[in-house]
Design a binder for this molecule. Structure first.
Ligand code: NAD
Length: 360
C-alpha cells in the first residue's frame, strides 16, 4: 500500500486528477490517497498557496501526484509550483516526450526526455530568505555599483548556477539515461563569455560526463537546439538544460508530440518526488469535462515506475498507446474526427477498462 499525496490544484486540475486516480486504481496497485490543498484556490481560502500541512504531507508520503496550480505574477501571491520545488528541493524536472502512433504530428518517432534544473537559474533566486528580498538587495547593489550603465527604470532578474547544484543535476541526468537505456545527453546552453551562468553549467556537465564513458555527451547552443528540434527531433535522446531554457523547451517539446495534453512529467529530489503534467490549469476549460487527462495519467505511470511498480507503469503506458492508436475515444485536442471527441471522464473510463484487461 503506497501513501500518495494528491493535490487536485486549480482550473482543470481536479478533473484530470480524478481521471488519473481512476486509471491508477485500475492497475490493482494498493494506494492510500491523502488529499492536500495547494494553489490559487487554497490561497483564497487560507491565504497561503502552499499550506505547510501540504508540504508536511508530501514529506511523509511515498510520492505525490499534483494537478496544475494557477500562478499569477505579482505580490503577495507567489507561484505555488516554483515554491513547492524550492521548499522540497525538487531539483530535477523530467519530461518524457514521445510521439505515440495515432497522434497527428510531423515528428513521428520522436522519443526524447527533457531534464531541466528546477531549483537554480532564475527560480533559484527564490531560495534566498524572505521570498527573494535578499535577491532584490543584491540586484540593488549591482545597480548601485554599475552606476549609469544600468538605467534607473530597468527591471533586473537574478539567476544562479552553482557547481554543486549543476553536478547533482548532471549526475541525475546521466544516471537516468543509464537506467532507461538511453545513450546520449545533449546539454543545451548559450555558453558564451557573456553568459557566465550557462558557461559554468556546460563545464560542470562536461566534467561529470567523464564519469559515464558509456553515454555520449554533446553541447548544443540553445538557439541551435531549438532549430534542430523543429527540424529533426528524432536525433535527440536526453536533453539536459538549466531551468529557464527548460521552461521554454518544455512547451516546444510538448508541441512536437501532440501538445500539452500529452506531456507528463515528474519533479525529483533526494528521496522525494512530485509528479505533474507539463500543462497549466487552463482556466477556460475548468469544469467542462473537456481537458485531456493523458498528461497526468502518464505522470501517474512515471510515479508507478518511481515506486518500483514497473509492470503497472507499462500497463498504463500500453493502454494510452492503444487508445491513441485506435483513435476512437480521445479529447478534443488530439482526436482526429468529430465522432472521436469524448470528455475527460469518458477517456479515463475507457483507459481504466483497458488497463484492467492487460495482463498484470
Ligand atoms: P495552460 O497549459 O494552462 O493552457 C494553455 C492552453 O493549452 C489551454 O488554453 C488549452 O488550449 C491547452 N491545454 C492545456 N492543458 C490541456 C489539457 N490537459 N487538455 C487539453 N488542452 C490543454 O497554460 P496557461 O494558460 O499559460 O496557464 C494557465 C495557468 O496555469 C497560469 O496561471 C499558469 O501560471 C499556470 N501553470 C501552472 C503549471 C503547473 O502547475 N505546473 C504549469 C504551467 C502553467
Amino acid at each position: 500500500m503506497y501513501n500518495i499525496t494528491v493535490i487536485p490544484g486549480d482550473g482543470i486540475g481536479p478533473e484530470v486528477t480524478e481521471a488519473a486516480l481512476k486509471v491508477l486504481e485500475a492497475t490493482g496497485v494498493g494506494f492510500s490517497w491523502q488529499r492536500a490543498e495547494m494553489g490559487h484556490e487554497a490561497w483564497e481560502r487560507c491565504g497561503n498557496p502552499v499550506p505547510p500541512e501540504t508540504v508536511a504531507a508530501i514529506r511523509k508520503s511515498d510520492a505525490a501526484l499534483k494537478g496544475p496550480c494557477t500562478s499569477a505574477p505579482g505580490a503577495p501571491y507567489r507561484s505555488p509550483n516554483v515554491a513547492i520545488r524550492l521548499e522540497l528541493d525538487l531539483f530535477a524536472g523530467v519530461r518524457p516526450c514521445k510521439a505515440y502512433p495515432g497522434i497527428r504530428t510531423p515528428f513521428a518517432g520522436t522519443n526524447l526526455v527533457l531534464i531541466r534544473g528546477l531549483t537554480e537559474d532564475k527560480a533559484g533566486a527564490g531560495q534566498f530568505p524572505a521570498g527573494g528580498h535578499q535577491a532584490r538587495a543584491i540586484i540593488e547593489a549591482v545597480r548601485a555599483t554599475a552606476g549609469k550603465a544600468i538605467p534607473a527604470d530597468a527591471a533586473l532578474s537574478l539567476a544562479i548556477c552553482t557547481e554543486n547544484g549543476t553536478a547533482r543535476l548532471a549526475r541525475f541526468a546521466f544516471d537516468y539515461a543509464r537506467r532507461h537505456s538511453r545513450h546520449k545527453v545533449t546539454v543545451g546552453v548559450k555558453a558564451s563569455s557573456a553568459n557566465h551562468m550557462e558557461a559554468l553549467f556546460w563545464q560542470v556537465c562536461h566534467q561529470v560526463s567523464k564519469e559515464y564513458p558509456d553515454i555520449e555527451c554533446e553541447l548544443e547552443a540553445i538557439d541551435v537546439l531549438f532549430l534542430q528540434l523543429v527540424r529533426r527531433p528524432q536525433q535527440f535522446d536526453v536533453l539536459l538544460v538549466p531551468g529557464n531554457n527548460g521552461g521554454l523547451l518544455s512547451g516546444l517539446c510538448a508541441g512536437l508530440v501532440g501538445g500539452l495534453g500529452m506531456a507528463g512529467g515528474g519533479n525529483y529530489g533526494d528521496g522525494l518526488a512530485v509528479f505533474e503534467a507539463a500543462h497549466g490549469s487552463a482556466p477556460k476549460y475548468a469544469g467542462q469535462n473537456k481537458a485531456n487527462p493523458m498528461a497526468l495519467i502518464l505522470s501517474g505511470a512515471y510515479m508507478l515506475r518511481y515506486l518500483g511498480e514497473e509492470r503497472a507503469a507499462e500497463r498504463v503506458e500500453t493502454a494510452v498507446a492503444a487508445q491513441v492508436a485506435e483513435g476512437r475515444c480521445l479529447t478534443y485536442d488530439v482526436a482526429q474526427t468529430p465522432e472521436a471527441i469524448h470528455g475527460t471522464r469518458e477517456v479515463a473510463d475507457k483507459l481504466a477498462r483497458r488497463v484492467r484487461k492487460i495482463q498484470p
